[in-house]
Each structure stands twice: as structure tokens, then as C-alpha cells.
Design a protein around this ligand. Structure first.
Ligand code: ZN
Length: 230
């Protein structure tokens, strides 16, 4: 029986990975990290989506382990806002949380081992990700190799979005049963909810849906809620 553990934040990419894994594995688990992130509303998104998907979820509370530097973990700093996607700076974005994916994969390796999973799934991608070095294929390949050595197992790290653009990711989500409905509850915005529309993450999400020619189910749902309240 094939089993996968998905590192699951409740955002667009990890939600797509969760449904991708659901199609490919006999059994899927979700692992979510609470690290004092600014956008901690994503923890509620993760819980809701795991329920919708019918997937067993574990939340690990890491406390303020990544404090400092990134506005995602230093609430005294503001998240940069931009007029549009063309205004996003190149190079490493200031939202980078150093060591985050190194630690996430390390902790996930323990849970995968305990649960008897053969694969870890993570929603990283090389393009459109603020230049984060821990989202690159080179890092993932080396982590997989380090884990094989440290665990004496052949645990695989699968990154199905690695070479995809945001547009490709939306198209993939459309092909996965239930995924678009789940994306209506995902959180991508670095400022939490409702989405600010002008942070790095909101702009890239909007670009992907626009290029795929699909309306974002999250914005549709929020529009409906607003209409019902109004
Ligand atoms: Zn935003």
C-alpha cells in the first residue's frame, strides 16, 4: 500500500499537492506547521481543507522558532505591497524565512518514517517564488539524499509543482476532482484574510488564475459572502 505525507500549509500550492497526492496514493496524511506565522489564518484553512479532502491531519506547534528578519515571523515589520506583478523586485524576497523548508522536511521525515510513508510531498517550485533557495530542485535533491543517509530508507521527496508556473498550477488544480472547491478556502495572502491583493503572494496567485483564464474560487466565495452579508 502506497502512503504519502503532504507538507500542508493550507495555501494554494500545498492544497493542489494534497489533491494530487490523493489521486496517486492509497493513503495520504497532511502535516501542518504552526510557527507563529503572520498569516496564521492559514492554519484554519488547512484544517478546513483537510476535512473537505477527508485526509488525516496533524498540526505541529513549533512556537516562535523562526523569529526575526522576515515580516512573516516579525510582526513589527510590514509586508511589502506592490501596484502590480510587474513591480515585484527580482532576487530574494524579504519574506524569505531562513531554514524553514530545511526544518519542515526534517520534521516531516520523522513523521513519514513513523507513519510508514514512502513519499513526502511538498509544494515548492523554482519559478515565481521570490527567489527562495529552499524552493529549488537542487535543495530538494540534496535533502532527499541526506534523508536516505540519515534514515537508512528510500523515502522520496516529491515536488510536483517544481517546474510549473502559477498558470500551470491552476490548470493542474482544475484537473484534480474537488481541488477547485477546496481552493475556495485556501489562504495565500501574507497578510492573512481577506486577501490584500497587493502582496507578493496575492499578485502571483492572481497572475496564475488570470493567465489560466479561470476565476479564483476564493475570491468568488468571498464575493458571495459579501453579497449575502450586504
Ligand atoms: Zn496579500
Amino acid at each position: 500500500m502506497s502512503k504519502a505525507l503532504v507538507i500542508f500549509s493550507g495555501g494554494q500550492d500545498s492544497t493542489t499537492c494534497l489533491y494530487w497526492a490523493k489521486q496517486r496514493f492509497d493513503d495520504v496524511f497532511a502535516l501542518t506547521f504552526d510557527y507563529g506565522q503572520r498569516h496564521n489564518i492559514e492554519l484554519k484553512s488547512a484544517e478546513k481543507i483537510a476535512q473537505l479532502a477527508g485526509i488525516k491531519q496533524e498540526v505541529l506547534n513549533l512556537g516562535p522558532i523562526f523569529k526575526g528578519l522576515s515580516p512573516l515571523t516579525d510582526l513589527s515589520r510590514d509586508v511589502e505591497k506592490y501596484d502590480d506583478v510587474s513591480a515585484l523586485p527580482s532576487g530574494l524576497a524579504d519574506t524569505f524565512v531562513p531554514g524553514r523548508n530545511i526544518l519542515f522536511l526534517t520534521l516531516a521525515a520523522n513523521r513519514a518514517y513513523v507513519l510508514g510513508c514512502d513519499s513526502l510531498v511538498i509544494g515548492v517550485a523554482q519559478q515565481d517564488y521570490g527567489g527562495y533557495p529552499d524552493c529549488r530542485e537542487d535543495f530538494i535533491t540534496k535533502m532527499e539524499s541526506a534523508m536516505a543517509s540519515g534514515l537508512d530508507s528510500d523515502l522520496k521527496i516529491l515536488a510536483p509543482l517544481m517546474h510549473m508556473t502559477k498558470e500551470n498550477t491552476v490548470t493542474l488544480a482544475q484537473s484534480l476532482p474537488g481541488c477547485m472547491e477546496a481552493l475556495a478556502f485556501s489562504t495565500t495572502c501574507y497578510n492573512g484574510a481577506p486577501p490584500c491583493g497587493s502582496c507578493n503572494s496575492c499578485l502571483l496567485r492572481a497572475k496564475g488564475f488570470a493567465q489560466a483564464g479561470v476565476s479564483d474560487p476564493l475570491l468568488e466565495r468571498l464575493g458571495q459572502v459579501a453579497a449575502e452579508v450586504g
